[in-house]
Ligand binder design. Sequence first.
Ligand code: ZLM
Ligand code: CA
Ligand code: ZN
Length: 393
Amino acid sequence: EYGIVRPKGYTVSYHATPEMEKHHFGQTHPMKPWRLTLTKSLVTSYGMPFAMDNYVTREATYEELNAFHSNDYLDYLSTAAPEDQPRDIENPDKEVKYNLGGSDCPLFHGLYNYCSMSAGCSLDAARKITSNQSDIAIAWGGGLHHAKRYEASGFCYINDIVLAILQLLRTHPRVLYIDIDVHHGDGVEEAFFSTDRVMTVSFHKYHPETFFPGTGALEDNGPKSEHNPGAHHAINVPLQDGITDEQYETLFQSIIGAINERYRPSAIALQCGADSLAGDRLGRFNLRVQGHGACVRYCKSLGIPMIVFGGGGYTPRNVARAWAYETSIAIGADTRIPEMIPDHTPWREHFIHDTLFPSLEQSMHEPRHNRNSEKRLREIITHVHEQLRFVAH
Ligand code: ZLM
Ligand code: CA
Ligand code: ZN
């Protein structure tokens, strides 16, 4: 179908489980695990599974989660029930333990299973990379970059990315983490703050007073202590509302290209949060599916083994478009798949515009005003190049 064939001498693996997608954060919560079902349906209707190794992932074990998360946090997470949810009216003073049970990170039925499936998905992907059985491993169910060792944060409970990178570090001397979610990848940055074996790079909207999580300033490049090998190994690209495909691609290629030359990673972990797309319910950027996908294409062109994770993304039809398109880039079929969404796609009615690449006008009534000046973007590039001079090579 659509001339989709297995790439020669190149393996792409797809890691997912339909069980994860059945979980609900609550009626109007922005995070909808069901977007993974919509993604899989688009990937399948384009015939992409023929070109990949497809794995149904398992749940990560307690011991695997314990490689990053503390015992007391995991013990509470595995036993907390929705009834433990602090209720404002009946129980206003009830403390929110480990940031669980608030409106961002609610306790919902099957929460622990959901978390261990997300982590299992990313860990399986990482193992395919460390065993050289895969060149690109796809884990759309992962990418939950805000979770801390002992705390949930911003819809994230278990940091599957940190767990996957720890796995990569068993065989890879240097791992480059790249995060194109509209939010700052704070949990991953913090986890690897004191090592030079992981370099973290996050592109995000930065406005400390009004936009979550408020960290990730240009000048934050890791603790500046002299004895800390992690100094200069955190790169932040703070952006404003309305950035376009052209600006983002220029920034991305210039920054990632320079980092690749200087740092020479042997593996890449790419978080592809789709809330950086135009028209996202929480996002603020003007990126199109093509611009978002160009980041994946550029990383692939570096020829380094890579895991691609999901992450944010709150307008499910656009999340499915972006991640299906990026799957096609991984298998090298992006120039072959038709732009029109196949008629036989399950839930076809959700794609209100029948193209894989909606225009800005189709994504939102009024495209956002672009608040990123060329001058500021040049300053960002200059600052990053200066940081890289401190990085040994
Ligand atoms: N209030 N319901 C991105 C994580 C973003 C913190 C302000 C909650 C929401 C949001 C939750 C149904 C990733 C904050 C927000 C309202 C304190 C955030 C429940 C709407 C709703 O309708 C909602 C009752 C909820 C949450 C909006 N929360 C928007 N933005 C952020 C977290 C995660 O994409 O990076 C990776 C997966 N939280 O701004 C508040 C400060 C809680
Ligand atoms: Ca980011
Ligand atoms: Zn996000």
